[in-house]
Ligand binder design. Structure first.
Ligand SMILES: [Mn+2]
Length: 289
């Protein structure tokens, strides 16, 4: 199991200096830094080389998280949107290959946040499966696995439970298109968190962690022992990335709906210390034998 953290824990805007966070993640003891996919296609060759070198020098594996914009929805019924989206993903996958990054996770089958005034689940599901076949085939050329993140009902309508994730991924039918679960979303939608993990089983390709209010693991009431037992039962040996959001303000605070300072005015140093402790806690809860 490799443990990581999403860079946006420390940021109030989505743009960030990933070099800084690669170093920080390594200093705190993480194996993985999850970066945002949005800017990758626009990076210069030189900057990509610099990022890659920094990751290699620090022993950090990069994973990529992405909440696709409306224009990057491969599940769109409009063929022009799908075409443009696939072109953008191709450029992004090329950069990921240069970064030796082999996993992208998020609502890749849709877009985020969804405008719910126009949804038709059955129809959107159908276009989405077709779109993911195209995207998955393209990703396989770059040796990239796609984790389709199951989200709660307020953020997406297509995949809300592990069972739906498994049905969807089975319909897509590609080895590199997998189910991705996140404890924050599961807490809202799943009757049993351990059963959801067992339902995903061998199809689980990426895992996000966080407390019910998105604090770092260990500060809340998520059933970590149950989660650890289920992950061990299915023999999960992939990436586990914590995705805490505790600061309000900026585009991140607004998009994630953080309307109070959950961190209680924590400094960057205090946030670092919380992350370090959460990593120790997570390794213990998910990996003890
Ligand atoms: Mn997540």
């Amino acid at each position: 199991m490799k443990h990581g953290i999403y860079y946006a824990y420390w940021e109030q805007e989505w743009e960030a200096d990933y070099i800084k966070y690669i170093k920080k993640a390594a200093d705190l003891g993480f194996d993985v830094l999850e970066i945002g996919g949005a800017p990758l296609a626009d990076y210069s060759v030189d900057y990509v080389r610099e990022l890659r070198k920094c990751a290699d020098d620090n022993g950090i594996t990069i994973t990529v998280g992405y909440g696709p914009t409306y224009d990057h929805n491969v599940g769109a019924s409009d063929p022009m949107i799908k075409k443009g989206a696939l072109e953008w993903y191709k450029r992004t996958f090329e950069v990921m290959a240069s970064l030796d990054a082999h996993l992208m996770g998020g609502a890749l089958y849709s877009y985020w946040p969804v405008n719910f005034s126009h949804v038709n689940k059955e129809e959107d599901w159908k276009y989405s499966v077709e779109g993911m076949r195209s995207l998955g085939e393209m990703a396989s050329e770059y040796d990239i696995v796609l984790g389709l993140e199951v989200l709660n009902r307020f953020e997406n309508h297509i995949l809300n439970t592990a069972e739906e994730g498994v049905d969807f991924v089975s319909e897509v039918g590609l080895k590199n298109v997998k189910v991705m679960l996140d404890t924050f979303h599961m807490n809202i939608e799943e009757s049993s968190i351990s059963k959801a993990i067992r339902t995903a089983g061998k199809l689980l390709g990426h895992f996000h962690t966080g407390e019910c209010n998105r604090m770092v693991p260990g500060k809340g009431r998520m059933p970590w022992r149950e989660i650890g037992e289920a992950l061990r039962d299915i023999g999960y040996d992939g990436t586990v990335v914590m995705e805490p959001f505790v600061r309000k303000g900026g585009q991140v605070g607004s998009d994630i709906k953080v309307w109070r300072d959950i961190s209680k005015g924590a400094s960057e140093k205090e946030l670092d210390e919380d992350a370090r402790k959460a990593l120790e806690f997570q390794r213990y809860m998910l990996e003890w034998k």
